[in-house]
Design a protein around this ligand. Structure first.
Ligand SMILES: [Zn+2]
Length: 265
């Protein structure tokens, strides 16, 4: 990497990636008992929230990365196709939102291959990235992603910049895009019922620090959380603020990962 190589393209000072995990009916089912209808029913809002987030992104004129549980994609194929048609990235988020670490390497491979085939068929594009449900990944997850030729993963909070991972040194690297529970709407608007303004202000402070340092922010949103009417204002305001700054690169995960690979040569 030459010292003259800028960290971000086209004079941008920092990068912002909005990733949206479309869990459908399968996310909450992972954390709640089967008779906990109070919680399980909340996920029924996912399609409405997904549509609102797509409207919001269109208003802001910014792209996002949709990490779509494959079974949820089968439930709502028109929304998947709408997201792709509007310029958003489609990425893996497992078949039915089970945690990966207990599955073993073969189980993880089968799950990722099945998800890849399903999203490719519905969306008409080939996903190149993966985020593990609940961030319950292990070393096998990274190895399988590399073996399948994916470009990026978003499981390990290794700082505020992408990093290159080489589980098998003989293969091309994976780009790790660091997520965080501090960048996750679930933390602010489910675990703690903060107002949209408080959520926005926390993320705005994050973004301003990262911009001053020339680093990157990888948000994780959920349609049944950030896609709700009031809570949607947190991400809407953050995107407006980022656009107004004028020098934040608001990009899809695949764009950031490919840029990082390019810089590495
Ligand atoms: Zn999820």
């Amino acid at each position: 990497m030459g010292t003259a190589t800028p960290r971000w393209p086209a004079g941008h000072r920092a990068a912002l990636c909005v990733s949206i995990d479309v869990d459908g009916a399968y996310g909450e089912a992972n954390y709640r008992s089967p008779d906990d209808i109070y919680w399980l029913s909340q996920a029924l809002y996912d399609p409405t929230g997904t549509a609102r987030l797509l409207d919001l992104l269109a208003d802001a004129g910014t792209p996002a990365t949709f990490c779509w549980v494959a079974r949820a994609a089968e439930d709502e194929p028109d929304l998947v196709r709408r997201a792709v048609a509007e310029g958003h990235e489609l990425a893996l988020h497992s078949w039915d939102h089970r945690h990966y670490a207990p599955m073993g390497k073969d189980g993880q491979r089968q799950d990722m291959e099945r998800s890849l085939a399903t999203l490719s068929r519905i969306g008409g594009v080939t996903p190149v990235g993966h985020k593990t449900p609940g961030w319950r990944y292990d070393a096998d997850t990274l190895a399988v992603a590399q073996e399948l030729g994916l470009v990026w993963v978003m499981d390990e909070p290794r700082g505020d910049l992408p990093t290159l991972l080489r589980p098998d040194p003989a293969r091309g690297p994976l780009v790790n895009l660091p997520p965080s529970r501090w960048f996750d709407d679930y933390t602010y608007q489910v675990d703690h019922m903060l107002t949209p303004q408080a959520t926005f202000e926390t993320w705005r402070e994050d973004l301003e620090v990262l911009r001053a340092e020339g680093r990157a922010m990888f948000l994780t949103l959920h349609p049944f959380v950030s896609g709700r009417p009031g809570p949607s204002r947190a991400i809407a305001r953050l995107l407006d603020h980022a656009v107004d700054m004028g020098d934040v690169w608001i990009a899809r995960a695949d764009q950031i990962a490919r840029w990082w690979l390019e810089r590495d040569v």
